[in-house]
Ligand binder design. Structure first.
Ligand code: AMP
Ligand code: TRP
Length: 332
C-alpha cells in the first residue's frame, strides 16, 4: 500500500457529538497513528443497529461524529475514513465467517452477556453476531493493528481465533491475524468522578460545546469528597479534576494545583475555573475547524463517500481471495 508500517483499522459506533472520553481514549490516538500507519477508520452504523430502537438520528449522529473526527485532525488525505454500510462486502464476509464460528463462542462472550443484561427485550440475531461483524470489519482490510479500549479485548481475541479457524478450515492464509493496540488512556471518568465518561450517563463534556457550556459542566465536577469546606486541605491524588489538570494544564499550573490544594491554598471553585479555561483553550482550534466544516455538509459527506469508494476497492480485493479460498463457484 505505502511505505507505512502496516495497516491500522478501527471503528466506532455513531454516537453523535463526541466527548472528552472519546477524544482522549480514541480520537487522539487515531490521529497520532496516521503518520506511521495506513489507517482505516470506520463509522460502524450497522453495528449501531444491533441495539437501536429508532434509526431517526442515525444519519445526523454519523455526520456529527464525522465532523468531530475531521475537526480533531483525522485526515482524509492520510487515512481512509468511511461509513460501514457503504461497503456492503462486510456483510458478505460476516456470513462466511459465521460458518466457522461455533455458537457457544458467541453466547459465552462477556460482551454479549452484558448486552443481554442491558437490552433484555431486544436480544436479536444481529446482536449475537456483533463480534463476527467486527471481525469482518478488521479482516476485510487485512489490518495488522486495531487500536481500541481494553473493553474490546475479548472481541479482538475472538477475531484472531476466527482467522485461525477460517484459514485452517479452507487451507489458506488469506486472512491476517490482527493485533490489539491498547489505547494509552484506558478510562476517562465523567463529571461524577465515579463512572466512565459517557453520553448515556450524562456525565460527559462535549468537544463541540461552547466555552460557556464547558465551564458550566466543569463547575459541576465532583472533587475529593473528603474536602467539605474551602478551608479543608484536599487530596489531588483522588480528585478527578486534578486528573484533567494533568492532561490540559501547563506543568507549572499542575505543580501549583498539586501544592496549593493540599494546604487549602486554592479552593475547588478556582481550581475548576482554571481547568475550564485550559480545556477551552485546548479545544479552541478544534471548535473553529468544526464550525468551518459544518458550513459545507456536502463536503463532509464527500469525504465519507470518497473514503467508502477507496475502502470498497480494498474490500473487493480481499473478497475475491476469500471466495476463491472457500471454493465458491467462479463468477466468470
Ligand atoms: P463508544 O462511544 O463507547 O462507542 O466509544 C468509542 C471509542 O471511544 C472507543 O474506542 C472507546 O474505548 C472510547 N471511549 C468512549 N468513552 C470513553 C471513556 N470514558 N474513556 C476512555 N475511552 C472512551
Ligand atoms: N465494537 C467496537 C466498540 O463498541 C466498535 C467496532 C466495530 C470496532 N467494528 C470495529 C472497533 C472494528 C475496532 C475494529 O467500540
Amino acid at each position: 500500500m505505502s511505505k507505512k508500517k502496516g495497516i491500522v483499522f478501527s471503528g466506532a459506533r455513531p454516537t453523535g457529538r463526541q466527548h472528552l472520553g472519546n477524544y482522549l481514549g480514541a480520537i487522539q490516538n487515531y490521529v497520532a497513528l496516521q503518520k506511521d500507519y495506513q489507517c482505516i477508520y470506520c463509522i460502524v452504523d450497522i453495528h449501531a443497529l444491533t441495539t437501536m430502537e429508532s434509526t431517526l438520528e442515525l444519519r445526523q449522529n454519523s455526520y456529527e461524529m464525522a465532523l468531530d473526527w475531521l475537526a480533531a485532525g483525522m485526515d482524509p488525505q492520510e487515512s481512509v475514513i468511511f461509513i460501514q454500510s457503504h461497503v456492503p462486502e462486510v456483510t458478505e464476509l460476516h456470513t462466511y465467517l459465521s460458518m466457522v464460528t461455533p455458537l457457544g463462542k458467541l453466547t459465552d462472550l462477556p460482551t454479549f452477556k452484558e448486552k443481554v443484561r442491558q437490552h433484555p427485550d431486544n436480544v436479536n440475531y444481529g446482536l449475537l453476531g456483533y463480534p463476527i461483524l467486527m471481525a469482518a470489519d478488521i479482516l476485510l482490510y487485512r489490518a495488522n493493528y486495531v487500536p481500541v479500549g481494553i473493553d474490546q479485548a475479548p472481541h479482538l481475541e475472538f477475531a484472531r481465533e476466527l482467522v485461525r479457524s477460517f484459514n485452517f478450515r479452507y487451507n489458506t492464509n488469506v486472512l491476517v491475524e490482527p493485533h490489539m493496540k491498547a489505547t494509552k488512556v484506558p478510562k476517562v471518568l465523567g463529571t461524577d468522578g465515579q463512572q466512565k465518561m459517557s453520553k448515556s450517563l450524562n456525565n460527559h463534556i462535549e468537544l463541540a460545546a461552547t466555552p460557556e457550556e464547558t465551564t458550566k459542566r466543569v463547575m459541576t465536577m465532583v472533587t475529593d469528597p473528603a474536602r467539605q469546606r474551602r478551608s479543608d486541605p484536599g487530596n489531588p491524588d483522588v480528585c478527578n479534576v486534578f486528573s484533567f489538570h494533568k492532561i490540559f494544564s501547563s506543568p507549572e499550573e499542575i505543580e501549583m494545583v498539586n501544592r496549593e490544594c493540599r494546604v487549602a491554598g486554592i479552593g475547588c471553585v478556582d481550581c475548576k475555573k482554571l481547568l475550564a479555561q485550559n480545556i477551552n483553550k485546548h479545544l479552541e482550534p478544534f471548535r473553529a475547524r468544526r464550525i468551518d466544516l459544518d458550513q459545507k455538509p456536502e463536503a463532509v459527506m464527500d469525504v465519507l463517500h470518497d473514503g467508502g469508494k477507496r475502502a470498497r476497492v480494498l474490500a473487493e480485493e480481499t473478497m475475491v481471495l476469500v471466495r476463491d479460498a472457500i471454493g465458491l463457484p467462479s463468477t466468470k
